[in-house]
Design a protein around this ligand. Structure first.
Ligand SMILES: Nc1nc2c(c(=O)[nH]1)N[C@H]1C(S)=C(S)[C@@H](COP(=O)(O)O)O[C@H]1N2
Ligand SMILES: [Mo]
Length: 424
């Protein structure tokens, strides 16, 4: 495809090609305008490329230098207790490379060597235990892909459209394949007999960083699918994601995914720590705050086109693409609207949705060059439908920061540029 807005669409071309024979048609099209990139010997074919050891650990090619995490300077007073955002507008598929997966630290990313790592299990256990990193590696381990979404993702959009880009409105999320040991196994090693009835027991988890970021997790969840993870996407966790060991709490808000995990205490009640009282609670219209809002409700966003990923190819075939996820299970359907929610088309899921993992969706469509109000709407296996902004505000009011999972709108103009707007 060329950048020429008047050139025939690829789909029209392929339809023609099917009739005349694809090879012949393609040859004719190219012959009409000789392309030096094809007809001339290029520099990269006139010499040798890099040898095998040029980059012992590979980095993205310089032409992709734009695909990086970014922060929003005015959002936090400094970069230590702060957050940056995954460039979701520039990624495809579902796996987030660690190098551009958002970071959220309360007291900075610490450096902790495996040799210095200790995990303590204490409280209402039969035998308080301390594990080294090497000890953890001797438990049977599992692999799972899960999304991690900060509860504050999209939190700046409550009052109106604010940040211009999917990276900034929805980029507090990443999705990785974790390798780790079920927390259940580690708790059972310490023995849960002393805890008695597990139904009303909690675990308190904290990190080795100065903030400790302590959170209370009900025992039922702790024994269900929580992982003590030490690898992400096949390699060691990056420092910023909790090296050497972090907690993975599938479907639940990112704040509970304790990095640099140092201690798990079995308790007969929640601690009601700072991170689960003054923070990470949702103040409703009447001033009363909801607490224990752990699950991330179903949500989706169109990543392309979007403000940072405008349409540059003119009319004709257009791939609309985005991400959907739910903390309650698998995504079963995603709908896309081009007219601000008046009419909907069902998107194609790249793969069947997986529990508590990102799902990629595509709408392979034709663009007539008219403006669009693009929206996506996720539906999960419980039948829950992602709400509009108006529906969410009806229930939650305007005082909230966290857990904004409403439908997002991008206004795509005839020149292909897109802008964050509110259609509620
Ligand atoms: N020890 C510790 N764990 C932590 C935090 C922290 O500051 N310290 N931040 C939490 C928050 S609020 C989020 S959203 C996730 C972010 O994980 P990431 O930095 O790997 O993206 O980590 C959580 N775990
Ligand atoms: Mo967070």
């Amino acid at each position: 495809m060329t950048d020429d807005k008047t050139s025939p669409s690829r789909r029209a071309f392929l339809k023609g090609a099917a009739m005349t024979g694809a090879g012949l048609a393609a040859g004719q099209a190219a012959a009409a305008t000789p392309d030096p990139l094809i007809t001339e010997v290029q520099p990269w074919a006139s010499g040798l490329g890099d040898g095998v050891d040029a980059t012992p650990y590979g980095l993205p090619i310089e032409h992709e230098a734009d695909v990086i995490r970014r922060n929003v300077e005015w959002l936090t007073a400094d970069t230590i207790s702060s957050i940056n955002f995954t460039p979701i507008h520039a990624l495809d598929g579902t796996i987030t490379p660690q190098g551009c997966a958002f970071e959220r630290h309360h007291s900075g990313a610490i450096e902790l060597r495996k040799e210095d790592y200790r995990l303590m299990i204490n409280g209402l256990v039969d035998r308080p235990l301390v594990f080294s990193y090497a000890d953890l590696e001797r438990f049977p381990r599992q692999n799972h892909v899960y999304f991690c979404e900060c509860a504050a993702n999209t939190g700046m959009e409550w009052a109106g459209a604010q940040l211009n880009g999917a990276q900034f409105t929805h980029g507090m999320i990443h999705n990785m394949e974790y390798t780790g040991v079920p927390l259940r196994m580690i708790l059972e090693e310490a023995g849960l007999g002393a805890a008695g009835d597990l139904a009303d027991k909690w675990v308190y988890v904290e990190g080795a960083d100065a903030s400790s970021n302590g959170r209370s997790i009900p025992m039922e969840k702790a024994l269900d699918d929580v992982l003590v993870a030490f690898k992400a996407n096949g390699e060691a966790l990056r420092k910023e994601h909790g090296y050497p060991v972090r907690l993975v709490v599938p479907g639940w808000e990112g704040n509970m995914w304790i990095k640099w995990l140092r201690r798990v205490e079995i308790m007969d009640g929640p601690v009601e720590s700072r991170e689960e009282t003054s923070k990470y609670t949702d103040t409703l219209a009447d001033g009363i705050s909801r607490k224990w809002t752990w699950e991330m409700d179903a949500k989706s966003v169109i990543t392309s086109p979007s403000p940072q990923a405008p349409i540059t190819h003119g009319t004709g075939p257009l791939v609309i693409s985005g991400l959907a996820w739910s903390g309650h299970g698998a995504i079963t359907r995603v709908d896309v609207s081009k007219d601000g929610g008046k009419s909907w088309e069902t998107a194609r899921l790249a793969k069947p949705g997986e529990k508590m993992a990102l799902t990629r969706f595509y709408l392979d469509t034709e663009w007539d060059g008219q403006e669009m109000l693009l929206q996506s709407r996720a539906i999960d296996e419980t039948g829950y439908v992602q709400p509009t902004k108006a529906q969410l505000r009806e229930v939650r009011g305007l005082n909230s920061i966290y857990h904004n999972n409403c439908i997002q709108t991008w206004w795509v103009r005839p020149n292909g540029e897109a802008e964050n707007v509110e259609v509620s």
